[in-house]
Design a protein around this ligand. Structure first.
Ligand SMILES: *Cc1c(COP(=O)(O)O)cnc(C)c1O
Length: 394
């Protein structure tokens, strides 16, 4: 990935023809569709027939094992959504009221919302071209300018607030440079909580995403690689944290045969067994979906290579991305909007990247570092249809 495409022509017609050549003829063509071609109905019927539809049941336990296994962690805690998972991961990590939490500006709004839910304030930082995700070197330099270490914690010298955590997000499934981020975070006594919502099945140097942070949140929303309808999970290697997370998701109820006692303010965040049943069936399809998504990405890459002014976003070196969403970069915002108009006009659901966090009205007063790369990327990214089944025919 290069910083900018200078002195280059751009050929939108060739780009549209190439994208169309990869896709089937049916319209409309959604950006990302869930697919239920395994044992979903069987497992759901089992929940109904046995009466185990709610927060207790064998599927929810099995689902937790499956998500931990795929994330390379010892424990998984199922939650009602990825946002809820990120929220309680931050709480369990010790993020306190009025802390600042470093969040990349190039992310889905849930990353920042979860920080607010924990009572803290998001502090926006920049991405890098090679991964689209948080830039650990830029972060290190920035912390050197604005932060100081005091009493074993990082403090923002400009706002007087503690910086307690950092939330790297693996954009479209492509891994952040986590080894370098771990060094930076350790030096600054900042806890790493991965927003691995989009990156189930991705790995970096052979290690699954979700296993790098102290904790990580995964999403199983309807548009993710596999789905529970709505749902999420926290994954971690830390047994004490996993126990606390389970407690926090189940109203902090103390186990007892008949008494109803609770020992802290907590949440009703437990994933119902029904949703977990859907998730267990989806997990059986995951490796197949990942292979199909990879085939689709390879087909896009072949078709788009050599078109002037166009870059297909490839997984970073040493990484295996899940290609949750395919992304193409065009020269500028005018080219982006023109392409989006044209593809959507033809019933091909392409979309831009999210509005970056610092441009949303409710985030206006949040602290932020330089965000030049984020802004350049937002102007240039277009996501293309990415459902696994599109890779079945290429
Ligand atoms: C999907 C997603 C989430 C979580 O979303 P839910 O819909 O709450 O499951 C969080 N962060 C990112 C970056 C996401 O893409």
């Amino acid at each position: 990935m290069t910083a900018a495409l200078k002195n280059t022509s751009y050929d939108e017609d060739a780009l549209v023809a190439a994208v169309t050549s990869v896709l089937p003829g049916s319209r409309p063509l959604p950006l990302h569709e869930p697919e239920f071609i395994g044992r979903e109905k069987e497992y759901l019927a089992d929940c109904i027939d046995t009466g185990w539809v709610s927060s207790v049941g064998s599927y929810v336990d099995r689902f937790e094992t499956l998500v931990a296994e795929k994330s390379g962690t010892r424990f998984g805690v199922a939650c009602v959504s990825g946002t809820a998972a990120l929220h309680i991961a931050l709480v369990a990590a010790g993020v306190s009221r009025d802390d600042e939490v470093l969040v990349q500006a190039l992310t889905f709004v849930a990353s920042a919302n979860a920080v607010y839910h924990a009572g803290a304030l998001p502090h926006f930082v920049d991405s890098e071209y090679a991964t689209l995700g948080l830039d650990p070197d830029a972060l290190d330099a920035y912390l050197g300018e604005i932060a100081e270490l005091r009493d074993g914690a990082a403090w923002n010298r400009l706002t007087g607030r503690r910086i307690s955590a950092v939330v790297p997000m693996h954009v479209f499934g492509h891994p952040v440079r986590m080894e370098r981020l771990a060094e930076v975070a350790e030096r600054w006594h900042i806890i790493v909580v991965e927003d691995a919502a989009e990156s189930l099945g991705s790995s970096r140097n052979g290690r699954p995403m979700g296993s790098f942070g102290k904790l990580a949140a995964v999403s199983f929303n309807g548009n993710k690689t596999i789905t529970t309808g709505g749902g999420g999970a926290v994954v971690t290697d830390d047994e004490a944290l996993a126990k606390h997370l389970k407690h926090l998701t189940t109203t902090a109820k103390l186990p007892h045969r008949w008494a109803f006692d609770h020992d802290e303010v907590a949440y009703n965040y437990r994933l119902p067994n029904l949703n977990a049943a859907l998730g267990c069936a989806q997990f059986e399809m995951l490796d197949r979906f990942l292979a199909e998504k990879r085939a689709l990405a390879e087909a896009y890459e072949r078709a788009l290579t050599g078109i002037p002014g166009v870059e297909f976003f490839r997984e970073p070196d040493g990484c295996r991305g899940n290609y949750w969403l395919n992304a193409v970069l065009v020269p500028d915002r005018a080219a982006r909007d023109s392409l989006l108009e044209r593809l959507n006009g033809e019933g091909i659901h392409a979309r831009p990247c999210w509005t970056p966090m610092h441009e949303l009205p409710f985030n206006r007063d949040c602290p932020r570092g330089p965000l030049g790369v984020t802004e350049a990327l937002v102007d240039r990214i277009v996501n293309l249809p990415s459902s696994a089944k599109l890779g079945r025919r290429v």
